[in-house]
Design a protein around this ligand. Structure first.
Ligand code: ASP
Length: 591
């Protein structure tokens, strides 16, 4: 080893010990008779002190050459700092190392940006020099916490009897609702592998093969539009279990997160997590990813407006619609300008306008004031004693207004509260519809993936009313973001074939694409189910950062480009020829 200790592990108890350290020069300060160097490695920073008067000319020469980010090995003695120079902000702030020798291991060119002030540096340049960006203590912390978290996950799952098994990267399409990334096969001209959107089918086959409990920290690939919480390749904590029902998978996941969060963040999660039915989530929060850090619960007010003479409301109710809304008890925190902004939002989402009533002790305000009946107001009036209560509402088709109210609820909450990213509110959303209607394709499609089992009680509906089939799927939500999902699977061939038919897959197509799965289900497949957690998103939320790029070592841009390596790149003509590929780029005018 080039060192006896790391910088961060030195402490007061080691005073007068001889140590050898290696690391990067973080900064150099010249005080004339003394020179101070901050030496950094992954574990922390230690101050080195050199007094040129006591050093050989050659050593002085070497020390004088040092610049930021040069790599050095130093020998020295741990000493206490004089009391007036103690730095309580860093763990090694009580001591320093008086150097007796220094070896330059490598130099460093002038950096394209300062590591100590990343905020002023644009993200593009930081991604081009990601290897430098990754030296920043904040990023190092994120990746190291992620590493410890994964370590605990592995430990827990192994204790629970899971086997870690890898599944192929070069495979066939697994439908998870995104476009596949494809890889040409040189040995089979004209044929392509798909990179896995998830290990879904393989983990099910491992259950058929009798492995009982599988897990994998699995890389998945989905070619879809990217956002702050989406990357083309990402990591899932993927698991599958045999002979289980929903409660088993959900309770295991709760214990897994409880352990990992306790060990990594020293926070005790309250388990079990609340469970919310899909329809309840849509009705009360306007979304199937509810943020439970605040209330602002949406309720039905249709009966209250039943006899309303307000034209828009009358029309909506006659068309079979509903009136739904929510109340803000802290109305004084919402200004008239805020309300205009909310009104704009709902109009952008296709609504005629936002209904609102402000109840104050000295009277009420509302654009509909003249038209509202006494009974309506009586029914809506807040508790006596409340000073300023705002009631927001929309009228229209139930499903349509739910999403708009959900968005409004989030926008209002952002205005009202300073939401704490470390107030972790997990919940399960269950009892999803199995299928949804795709108006463009004019056909039913799976809400999760087509291997999700319907509830036995709703299987009869398969033959007539697909909209009434409920699935055995469960989604895990944290503070308004979906961080995982899974289901109990179909384990019988006949039912699996029936689902393929309902979603409009012709027999020859599903036999070609999923024949191996159907065969396997026919060969004694056990009942099974599982879940996958999005590790990047989960770490992003737990670390309180706003992008998954902050928790991944080498992320890509919104356009799927790695600015450091230049991927995706062009390939050699020979390689194209070997793969029997010809590239036809669109004309400029077509682009
Ligand atoms: N394969 C699913 C997904 O990636 C998760 C699961 O059903 O286990 O969302």
């Amino acid at each position: 080893m080039l060192r006896t200790h790391t910088c961060g592990e030195l402490n007061r108890a080691m005073v007068s010990q001889q140590v050898v350290l290696a690391g990067w020069v973080f900064s150099v300060r010249d005080h004339g008779s003394l020179k101070f160097i901050d030496l950094r490695d992954r574990s922390g920073v230690i101050q080195l002190v050199c007094s040129p008067g006591e050093m050989s000319p050659e050593l002085v020469f070497r020390v004088n050459q040092l610049r930021d980010e040069w790599v050095v090995q130093v020998k020295g003695t741990v000493v206490l700092r004089p009391p007036e120079t103690v730095n309580p902000r860093i763990p090694t702030g009580e001591i320093e190392v008086k150097i007796s020798d220094l070896l330059i291991l490598n130099s460093c060119q002038t950096l394209p940006f300062e590591l100590s002030s990343p905020v002023q540096t644009g993200e593009t340049i930081r991604l081009v020099y990601r290897f430098l960006d990754l030296r920043r203590p904040q990023l190092q912390k994120n990746l190291l916490v992620r590493s410890s978290f994964v370590h605990v996950l592995r430990e827990f799952l192994i204790e629970e009897g899971f086997a870690e098994i890898e599944t192929p990267m070069l495979t066939k399409s697994t439908p998870e609702g995104a476009r596949d990334f494809i890889v040409p096969s040189r040995l089979n001209p004209g044929r392509f592998y798909a990179l896995p959107q998830s290990p879904q089918l393989f983990k099910q086959l491992l259950m058929v093969a009798g492995y009982d409990r599988y897990f994998q920290i699995a890389r998945c690939f989905r070619d879809e539009d990217l956002r702050a919480d989406r990357q083309p390749e990402f990591t899932q904590v993927d698991l599958e279990m045999s002979f289980v029902d929903e409660d088993d998978v959900m309770s295991l996941t709760e214990r897994l997160l409880h352990r990992a969060i306790k060990k990594t963040f020293n926070v005790e999660l309250k388990i079990p997590f609340p469970r919310i039915n899909y329809q309840q989530a849509i009705d009360h929060y306007g979304t199937d990813k509810p943020d439970l850090r605040y209330h602002l619960t949406i309720h039905d007010y249709t009966p209250v407006f039943q006899t309303s003479q307000v034209e828009v409301l009358k029309k909506a109710l006659q068309a079979g619609g509903v009136v739904r809304g929510f109340t803000v008890a802290e109305g004084e925190k919402i200004s008239a300008t805020d309300i205009q902004e909310f009104d704009r939002l709902v109009k952008e989402r296709g609504q005629t306008g936002l209904g609102w009533i402000r109840f104050r002790q000295d009277g009420l305000q509302s654009p509909l004031k003249k038209f509202l009946e006494a009974e309506t107001l009586q029914a809506l009036r807040p508790e006596p004693g409340s000073k300023n209560t705002l009631f927001f509402f929309l009228a229209g088709a139930r499903e349509k207004i739910a999403a708009v109210l959900g968005e409004l609820r989030t926008t209002v909450a952002e205005k009202l509260y300073r939401l704490d990213p470390y107030d972790w509110r997990f919940c399960w959303v269950v009892k999803f519809p199995l299928l949804e209607f795709d108006p463009e394709g004019r056909r039913w499609q799976s809400r999760h993936h087509p291997f999700t089992s319907p509830f036995p009680a709703t299987i009869e509906a398969l033959d007539g009313k697909p909209e009434e089939i409920t699935s055995r799927a469960y989604d895990l939500v944290l503070n308004g973001t979906e961080i995982g999902g899974g289901s109990i699977r179909i384990h019988q061939r006949a039912l699996q074939e029936k689902i393929f038919e309902i979603i409009g897959l012709p027999r020859e197509k599903y036999l070609k694409q999923f024949g191996f799965l159907l065969e396997a289900l026919d060969c004694g497949a056990p009942p099974h189910g599982g879940i996958a957690l999005g590790l990047d998103r989960l770490m992003m939320l737990l670390l309180g950062v706003s992008s998954i790029r902050e928790v991944m070592a080498f992320p890509k841009t919104q356009k799927g480009v790695c600015l450091m390596t230049g991927a995706p790149g062009e390939v050699d003509e020979i390689l194209l020829r070997e793969n029997r590929l010809r590239v036809e780029l669109p004309q400029k005018s077509e682009q």
